[in-house]
Ligand binder design. Sequence first.
Ligand SMILES: Nc1nc2c(ncn2[C@@H]2O[C@H](COP(=O)(O)OP(=O)(O)OP(=O)(O)O)[C@@H](O)[C@H]2O)c(=O)[nH]1
Ligand SMILES: [Mg+2]
Length: 423
Amino acid sequence: MIIFAPITGRGGAVTVVRLSGHGSLAIVASLAGGLPSPRHATLRPLRWQGRVLDNALITVFPAPASFTGEDSAELSLHGGRAVLAALSSALVALGARPAEPGEFSRRAFMNGKLSLLAAEAMADLIAAETEAQRRMAVEGVDALQAACTGWRESLRQSLATQEALIDFPDEDLPPAVERELLSRITHLRDDMAAALARASAAVRLREGLEFVILGPPNAGKSTLLNALANEDVAIVSEAPGTTRDALGVRLDFAGVPVQLVDTAGLRPSQDAIEAEGVRRAGVRAARADFIIALAAPGQSFAATPPGVEVLRVSTKADLGATPPGQLAVSALHGHGLDTLRATLAGIAARLTDTKSAATLARPRQVACVRETADSLTRALAISEPELRGEELRSAAQALARLVGTIGVEEVLDAVFAGFCIGK
Ligand SMILES: Nc1nc2c(ncn2[C@@H]2O[C@H](COP(=O)(O)OP(=O)(O)OP(=O)(O)O)[C@@H](O)[C@H]2O)c(=O)[nH]1
Ligand SMILES: [Mg+2]
């Protein structure tokens, strides 16, 4: 099936439409009145039903030297809705259909042009908003590919040794064979456990962090949010209980994306709407990556949910003495904000530090490696050779799902559905 989609964003001066699949070059030839030589960008008028659609820069990529591995072409058109619409109807009339999200990448994967991990990293690169996300997408994938190759090889050897232990009675093999097998499995399991331990930083970096501002009414939460965002996002007033909805702004703290969330001032309230705001503040705080607790002079810091790290900051430093040794700001006058920004950037960097090692940045990847490691842990607890072999085979299957060599359909649906059209 021939598929097509614009592979550039909307609103630019040029729109590039990619066409891929067996027969796509014949479609290009019929629109362009012949085929330019492979991989040479060539300017040609595209004609359909006797009229010129547009003058397009055409590049054809005969299989297998294309992104998808299929016959493929890229048509650079003048950017504009009408141009794209006219070309699309011509392509549909000639037997092509619009591509589904991720369909080009999926074909590239199927044709061995792109590994599953590389496809995921490419999607992350396109979605990257900050420098640290870009770096992780570009550099993390090689480290992860290398780690996976090592893991698979180690598991393959373990399986082979285990088979030998099953096939030949114990007395024929030196006891060292089994000792080495167990030590290899232990080493592999520990290596995966280390990768899993680093995963939360990678997942956080990929998804972005959430920092929640929490404190009593009138502590200056909304004022601080506006100051850090450099934008008048939240309503500020001297009336306590102004903010009700949790309100987020997306910031870039030294390359790490952070959603900074302002919340309702915490106090018991008879007002149903304010009480709901307070409840929501608690929910957001409980699932935050980090809490910035605020209190103005004379106020005390609110209790925070267990398990979430907190930074206490005294506000309205211009109004009165603040506890010594504690970060203090006056958001109204801009005092202390640079120090606070630097502190928050340091925290964001620490929470997302992947230590430049192989990173499992997606929940899917984490689940596969956890499943593999769990099977290995169970295998280590089993002395019966057949049963241990079973566990090792489950481990191998879970690992194969990570790189996409088995369970292909189900894994691919989940992975590529998250892509956007044109990828
Ligand atoms: N003097 C002084 N006043 C401040 C400062 N920061 C905020 N305020 C004032 O304190 C009042 C409350 O500020 P908000 O930012 O609305 O406080 P809040 O914590 O969001 O309050 P709620 O939304 O009601 O929970 C406003 O009148 C602000 O102008 C500060 O640094 N110094
Ligand atoms: Mg407020």
